[in-house]
Structure formats: C-alpha cells, structure tokens
Design a protein around this ligand. Structure first.
Ligand code: HEC
Ligand code: HEC
Ligand code: HEC
Ligand code: HEC
Ligand code: HEC
Length: 216
C-alpha cells in the first residue's frame, strides 16, 4: 500500500514537473487549493466593495467618468464581510502584524482577529462608518465574522508559521506588501512550485516527506 502510494506520488510528481517549472508570481496562485480560487475582479460592481465609496453619488455614476476622472480600478481578491483595509490599519496606523495576528496555542498557525478585538478601538472610533457599524453588530450579537480565506493550503500539506518565522522569513516574502493593500488577494505563489523555489534557494529540504507525510 505504502509502495503503491509512493509510485502514484512519483507519477504525479513527474507529471507536475513536466509543466513549465516557473509560474510567474504575478499570477495569483491557487491551483490545487481547496478554497474557492479568489477570482480577480470577482467583486467588481458589488455594493460591499470598499471602492464604491470613492464613486460619485449619482444615479448613473458611470456617466461622470472622463479621461481626467477615470473610474476606480476594481479591487482584486474576495469581498470580505466587512471591508477591512490593511492599508489603513497596518499602513497608516502602523499597527504591527502581530498585534492582530497572534499565534495559535501551538504557534503553528496565526489567527485572524474577531470583532471583540477590533472593538477595543471601534467602540469609540469611526462609529459612523457603515463597515464599523456592521462590525459592532457582530460584536453585539457575539457572532463570528466569516472572513473569507485568502491563503489556504490543502489539508495534505504540512506548513508551520513558527518554523518559517524562526528561520527569518518575513510576512512580506510570502504575502506581499500587505500594509499597502486596501483589500487582500493571493498575490504570491503558495503552490508547490512556490514553496520549492524558496526551499531550493535557502537550502531547506525538498524531500516529498518535508511537506507531505507520504510514509506515515
Ligand atoms: C488600534 C485601533 C484599531 C483597531 C484595533 C482596529 N481599528 Fe479599524 N480603524 C481605526 C482607525 C483609527 C480608523 C480610521 C478612522 C477614520 O479614518 O476616521 C479605522 C477605520 C476602520 C474602518 C473604516 C473604513 C476605513 O478603512 O477607514 C473599518 C471598517 C475598520 N476600521 C474595521 C476594523 C476591523 C474589522 C478591525 C479588527 C479586525 C479593526 N478595524 C481594528 C482603528 C482601529
Ligand atoms: C487591525 C488588525 C490587523 C492588522 C494590524 C493586520 N491584519 Fe492581517 N488581517 C486582519 C483581518 C481582519 C483579516 C481578514 C480580512 C482580510 O483578509 O482582509 C486579515 C487577513 C490577513 C491575511 C490573509 C489570511 C488568509 O489566508 O485569509 C494575511 C496574509 C494577513 N492578514 C497578513 C497581515 C500582515 C503581513 C500584517 C502586517 C503588515 C497584517 N496582516 C496586519 C487584521 C489585521
Ligand atoms: C514561508 C511563507 C510564509 C510566511 C513567512 C508567513 N506566512 Fe502567513 N501563510 C502562509 C501560508 C502558506 C498560509 C496558508 C496556511 C494554511 O492554509 O495552512 C498562510 C496563512 C496565513 C494566515 C491565515 C491563517 C489562518 O489559519 O486563518 C494569516 C493571518 C497569515 N498567514 C499571516 C501572516 C503573518 C502576519 C506573517 C508574518 C508574521 C506571515 N503570515 C508569514 C505562508 C507564510
Ligand atoms: C521564504 C522562503 C520559504 C518559502 C516561500 C517556504 N519555505 Fe518552507 N522553509 C523555509 C526554510 C528556510 C526552512 C528551514 C527552516 C528550519 O531549518 O527550521 C523551511 C522549512 C519548512 C518545513 C520544515 C522542514 C523540516 O525539515 O521539518 C516545512 C514543512 C515547510 N518549510 C513547508 C513549506 C511549504 C508547504 C511552503 C509553501 C506553502 C513553504 N515551506 C514555503 C523557507 C521557505
Ligand atoms: C516545500 C513543500 C513541498 C515539497 C517538498 C513537496 N510538495 Fe507537493 N505540494 C506542496 C504544496 C503546497 C501543494 C499544494 C498544491 C498546489 O497548490 O500547487 C502540493 C501538492 C502536491 C500534490 C497534489 C498535486 C495537485 O496538483 O493537487 C502531489 C501529488 C504532490 N504535491 C507530490 C509531491 C511529491 C511527489 C514531492 C516530492 C518530489 C512533493 N510533493 C514535495 C508542497 C510541497
């Protein structure tokens, strides 16, 4: 059984490596991810998209766009239940990433914050903003905010944040310039090729068992 699994894995691996080895990092990765691929521009025109805030309030806003006043480019990435901006919080306010993304109990993963944490500030700040009002209602009803995942590996891949951060990797290396983003999208490659490229460059192990527990 183990032997046939290994053969199957090698056959698939051969097929895998027969593909062009270097995907450009500009293509949002996500092939093979179990999460719904975050199609770019998926949010175009949806009312929850934060960029609609910059549109002129007219019955036919498109009519007002000219060469000098072009329509804002649609944001990439999944529309989140609350239009949360990293640019505002990690950029302008310079909150450290770890302020919100505390490690899980084991440290292997980092957490996405929930409403109670945000309300430390938003009990009193920007309380007229529709996004903050939505946030406050999640907090009041003690409901979980259903954040849509941007980076998510299939369950058969082992990955530890702790291990990589200890080895000196930075958030930006794997997630891009997050503090400049109004909305996050998968802009760096977390496919097998993406992992392998860095493992080769840093002399980290690339044996199949490093990331897949084939022999167990
Ligand atoms: C350390 C304080 C602080 C924390 C923690 C914080 N915010 Fe904010 N937030 C602010 C400030 C300051 C603004 C800007 C207010 C303004 O421009 O009037 C803001 C603005 C916002 C806005 C308005 C839209 C925008 O980007 O200007 C939303 C929505 C928002 N925050 C959501 C959240 C959510 C969700 C969380 C938790 C994940 C959170 N905030 C955590 C301080 C904070
Ligand atoms: C004020 C709180 C706050 C701060 C500060 C913050 N984040 Fe976030 N982060 C969030 C929230 C809320 C989400 C979920 C919504 C989203 O994806 O935009 C999130 C999502 C993410 C995700 C996507 C995770 C996934 O798979 O869905 C990454 C990556 C991330 N943050 C990285 C960072 C980095 C890097 C920094 C520092 C430069 C940072 N964050 C600072 C609140 C914060
Ligand atoms: C070596 C690459 C790498 C580095 C460095 C890295 N991440 Fe990640 N991050 C990932 C991958 C891959 C995932 C998806 C993990 C999964 O689905 O099991 C992820 C997931 C996340 C998530 C979602 C976690 C969840 O389970 O909901 C957040 C938030 C996040 N990263 C923030 C950060 C922050 C903040 C830093 C810097 C302190 C950071 N990451 C550093 C690769 C990295
Ligand atoms: C920025 C470079 C970089 C990226 C990108 C990266 N890694 Fe790593 N990874 C490393 C380094 C360096 C080590 C060695 C850390 C150590 O020695 O403790 C490592 C170690 C590991 C380990 C532990 C290896 C062991 O010997 O136990 C696993 C598992 C792993 N990485 C999985 C992944 C996966 C899965 C991805 C893609 C989603 C990934 N890595 C992306 C640099 C990277
Ligand atoms: C550094 C981490 C890492 C190493 C080493 C690694 N893989 Fe992967 N592998 C991944 C990740 C991440 C995925 C998730 C698929 C994706 O998104 O491309 C994956 C996916 C796969 C898949 C599923 C392919 C698909 O398209 O869904 C197979 C099969 C596989 N790996 C086999 C192997 C074999 C065989 C080896 C040894 C030659 C190996 N892997 C080494 C990280 C790794």
């Amino acid at each position: 059984m183990i032997g046939s699994l290994r053969i199957l894995a090698l056959v698939v691996a051969t097929a895998f490596w027969a593909q062009p080895p270097f995907q450009t990092s500009t293509t949002p990765a996500g092939s093979g991810s179990t999460a719904p691929a975050p199609a770019s521009n998926q949010n175009a025109g949806k009312s929850e998209s934060p960029n609609t805030a910059t549109m002129p309030p007219a019955s036919n806003p498109a009519a007002q766009y000219t060469a000098e006043n072009p329509a804002p480019a649609p944001l990439e990435g999944p529309v989140q239940p609350i239009p949360f901006s990293h640019k505002q919080h990690a950029g302008t306010l310079q909150l450290p990433c770890e302020f919100c993304h505390t490690p899980s109990r084991t440290g292997e993963t980092v957490k996405i914050p929930q409403a109670a944490m945000c309300m430390q500030c938003h009990e009193t700040m920007a309380t007229n903003d529709p996004g903050v009002q939505k946030l406050a209602s999640y907090a009041k009803d003690n409901k979980t905010i259903p954040w849509v995942r941007v980076y998510e590996l299939p369950s058969f891949v082992s990955f530890s944040h702790k291990r990589h951060l200890k080895a000196g990797a930075t958030c930006q290396q794997c997630h891009g310039p997050v503090a400049e983003r109004v909305q996050l999208y998968q802009e760096s490659d977390i496919s097998m090729t993406g992992c392998m490229n860095c493992h080769r460059a840093k002399n980290a192990s690339i044996g199949c068992n490093t990331c897949h527990m084939i022999d167990q």
